[in-house]
Design a protein around this ligand. Structure first.
Ligand code: PMP
Length: 497
């Protein structure tokens, strides 16, 4: 066993990992990466089909990002944001405000003007970005709306991070139930999950369930009912937290077109603020090939694809291109102003982290935003999305594939025992995990969410590498759950090329 692996087994406690299983085999020790490739301590290479837990945008060791980081390192690595400003953090805040408020959404002709996101509060990761939004929304509701104990609404299956505030917004029992006693209560409302929606009257087909669903938008009605109930109880919601377009950790659950705009309108109609958790959906990940009509600039944020402008925009993961832990919570002038006052009034937002506004993270984030808006970057993402779309159809030939869903540069496959009835596998079969292990044998790394296997390529992934990722997925499913499909695997994968 590699000595680094021995040290890990002896001392490291890994997140979201059953350590008894972890300790039973030699762990993969990653020592370097380039582009979409990772190299381990034994010199083996792998494709990073999980974009290093959904963080990496442009690939590992991107020359421009590395240069930006070195340039900043030659000046200063860190200085406090408590009492001091710094150059990259100021420049990045201005650029974030610019890209988060596209002209189209600022139209004065709109019947109800959209909020303008004009203030940036930095923190370190996705959980803290949400924690900041929650605390600001809480205080805003108390100070300006007279809510004594503000109430929050979020989606069933929601995951917004692991700090206690973010956990309170989460509704995945397996992760969150144990900490229930430590949390304040939030309400959960039905999330759109067309593939498993009790209101979808369509019979399963070999196609994305969103495209053939038969329903009356009951999921939106449920939000309306929840808001009504809260208003009737004289305790309306202060804010609604949601992931736009795609609920990640819930199992890569895509929202049907129109859900976001409808849900936002309903919630706003009841006076609640919108907290958009774009920790993983932002920066073109879910909007690679989509751009507004007649605009040369693509959508960078998932919300904007449905012309929804939130009151809080929470960013992390890809904010620094996946290089460093950096997060930002963008919010509006009115929220900011609720915290202004005389020193002695103590209206200050008493929240902050030692590494808030870290100059290295901010410098690399600024460069990442430039890459994202460069025409080459746009073309690269659009081409990669098209290539991904073309590679996915052969998956439908596998009988254990229940649903194949793609949103931008995220593909997810839900594995089931029986697709005509959508019957899931039993958790103890660990089918998703075993498929990922079989992919690893083929040189492709990703992580399942239960029995949903995710492919999320870095944007620099070449067509050949993408084909390798999807072929590995198809072969791994075939190996772990041998099918009764008549077409041989070789002919199926060939059609994908
Ligand atoms: N929100 C969403 C939507 C996420 O996917 C995650 C992490 N997977 C988080 C928040 C928490 O981010 P972090 O792990 O950086 O704290």
């Amino acid at each position: 066993m590699h000595p680094l692996a021995q040290l890990d087994l002896k001392h490291v406690w890994h997140p979201f990992t059953q350590m008894r299983d972890w300790l039973s085999e030699e762990p993969l020790v990653i020592v370097s990466g380039r582009g979409a490739t990772l190299r381990d301590a034994h010199g083996r290479t792998y494709l990073d089909a999980n974009a290093s837990i959904w963080t990496n945008l442009h690939g590992h060791r991107h020359p421009a990002l590395d240069r930006a980081l070195r340039r900043q390192l030659a000046r200063i690595a860190h200085c406090s944001a408590l009492g001091l400003a710094n150059e990259p953090a100021s420049l990045l805040a201005a650029e974030l405000v610019r890209v988060a408020n596209p002209a189209r959404l600022r139209s004065p002709a709109a019947p109800v003007p959209n909020p303008i996101l004009e203030r940036v509060f930095y923190s370190d990761d996705g959980s803290t970005a949400l924690e900041v939004a929650l605390k600001q929304a809480w205080e805003f509701a108390r100070r300006t709306r007279g809510h004594r104990r503000p109430r929050f609404l979020s989606l069933q299956g929601a995951y917004h991070g692991d700090t206690l505030g973010a956990v309170a917004l989460g509704h995945i029992d397996r992760f969150h139930a144990a900490f229930g006693g430590m949390l304040y209560r939030t309400d959960a409302v039905m999330a759109p999950y067309c593939y498993r929606c009790p209101y979808n009257r369509a019979r399963p087909e070999r196609a994305d369930a969103r495209t053939y669903r038969v329903c009356q938008w009951e999921c939106v009605s449920r939000i309306e009912q929840a808001c009504h109930r809260a208003t009737r109880q004289n305790r309306p919601y202060a804010a609604f937290a949601f992931e736009p377009l795609l609920q990640g950790a819930a199992g890569m659950i895509p929202q049907p077109d129109g859900w976001l705009a409808r849900a936002a309108q309903v919630v706003r109609g009841h006076g609640a603020l919108l907290i958009a958790d774009e920790v993983f959906t932002a920066f073109g990940r879910t909007t690679a090939a989509t751009r507004p009509p007649r605009s040369p600039q693509p959508h960078l944020f998932a919300c904007h694809r449905e012309s929804v402008q939130p009151d809080f925009l929470c960013l992390a993961k890809g904010l620094s291109g996946g290089y460093l832990p950096l997060a930002a919570t963008l919010t509006t002038g009115p929220v900011f102003e609720a915290f202004l006052g005389e020193y002695s009034e103590f209206k200050t937002f008493f929240h902050g982290h030692s590494f808030t506004g870290n100059p290295l993270g901010a410098a690399v984030a600024l460069e990442s935003l430039h890459l994202l808006q460069h025409p080459d970057g746009l073309r690269q993402r659009a081409n990669l999305e098209t290539a991904l779309t073309r590679l996915l159809p052969p998956l439908w030939h596998l009988p254990s594939v229940g649903d194949v869903r793609q949103v931008g540069l995220v593909a997810a496959v839900e594995l089931v025992r029986d697709w005509p009835t959508r019957t899931p596998f039993h958790p103890h079969e660990r089918v998703g995990l075993r498929v990922c292990q079989a992919m690893r044998q083929r040189g492709v790394l990703t992580r399942p969410i239960g029995d949903v296997v995710v492919v999320m390529p870095p944007y620099c992934t070449t067509p050949t590498q993408l084909r390798r990722m999807i072929h590995a997925l198809i072969e791994a499913i075939d190996e772990v759950v041998p099918g009764n499909d008549e077409a041989p695997i070789s002919s199926r994968t060939r059609t994908a090329q």
